[in-house]
Write a protein that binds this ligand. Structure first.
Ligand code: ZN
Length: 291
């Protein structure tokens, strides 16, 4: 099953188009795409009931999609989770997941224009897990039961702010507005032959920068959820960005960062793609104000 945020309303998506969940359910479920995660099991029962196939379709245009999870309470992310990215970053393989946060105000939709705050903004294509049932102190073997679905994201990163200071704190450098585009849809885990082995990648203005498979993660989606939930309860509708493979701009020689006028195209098997145009924002040398 696939859900999406179409013009701010929760829809079911299939080959025939989109079904407005609030209208089709007779008001049983609210139109707010965020609210559904607090009632995810009940929603799945309704969405999979035989009656939903006959519901009226609403016009569906991908460019009207917003973030499938627009206002999560928490957004976690895991650094250094693919061996080739660990190597290009010059670190040793981590013994446990290296967790940081991105703030929810950084979320954007799959086609949104992103304002670059400097000339040091880098790309990181990532699989994103969406929590569907509270997970606190869960074992990895049980973790998938707490996942509503998977989506695609970019963990955009301003490298100077991310890495500055005697003890770098990643959160702010990865949380400028627009730094977490996600989408285009949320796909339930049962839709995949193997949700732990999906091809993903990204390109800048048509030049492929990253290409890998999620089976190459050091810590699997389930292991990441188990690790984070040892400490923080993961709440319905929370996001977990699961790490990026090799090919980021800051590790290239010469270094290469995103520039105004370029398009960042990201993709992942079975979910779809993001196409985010880039412009100079406040702080960028070509933008209105210096940072
Ligand atoms: Zn990342």
């Amino acid at each position: 099953m696939r859900t999406a945020n179409l013009d701010g309303r929760l829809v079911l998506v299939d080959d025939d188009g989109a079904v407005d969940v609030h209208d089709a359910s007779g008001g049983l479920f609210p139109s707010d795409p965020q609210a559904v995660f607090d009632r995810w099991a009940e929603f799945l029962d309704w969405a999979r009931s035989p009656g939903t196939a006959g519901h009226a379709r609403v016009p569906f245009e991908e460019r009207r999609l917003g973030a499938p999870v627009p206002r999560p309470r928490q957004v976690f992310a895991v650094a250094l989770n693919y061996s080739d990215h660990v190597a290009e970053s010059g670190f040793d393989t981590p013994a446990q997941p290296s967790v940081f946060t991105k703030y929810p105000t950084s979320l954007a939709g799959p086609y949104d224009t992103i304002a670059l705050p400097s000339a040091l903004v880098d790309w990181e294509v990532e699989l994103v897990a969406v929590i569907g049932a509270e997970a606190h102190r869960v074992a990895a073997a049980d973790a998938w039961r707490h996942v509503a679905g998977l989506t695609l994201g970019q963990d955009l990163s301003e490298r100077r702010i991310q890495l500055q200071g005697p003890a770098p704190q990643f959160a702010l450098g990865k949380s400028f507005p627009g730094f977490s585009p996600t989408g285009p849809v949320l796909v339930t885990p049962d839709e995949f032959d193997d949700p732990d082995d999906l091809a993903l990648g990204c390109a800048v203005d048509g030049e492929t920068m990253q290409e890998s498979r999620t089976s190459r993660m050091i810590f699997s989606v389930a292991e990441q959820i188990a690790w984070i939930s040892r400490i923080c309860p993961l709440l319905p509708g929370d996001l977990v960005f699961t790490g990026t493979p090799a090919g980021v701009g800051g590790a290239r020689d010469p270094r290469r960062f995103l520039a105004p006028g370029e398009e960042l195209h990201s993709w992942i098997d079975g979910i779809g793609s993001l196409r985010n145009p880039l412009v100079a924002g406040p702080g960028h040398p070509d933008g209105p104000h210096a940072l």
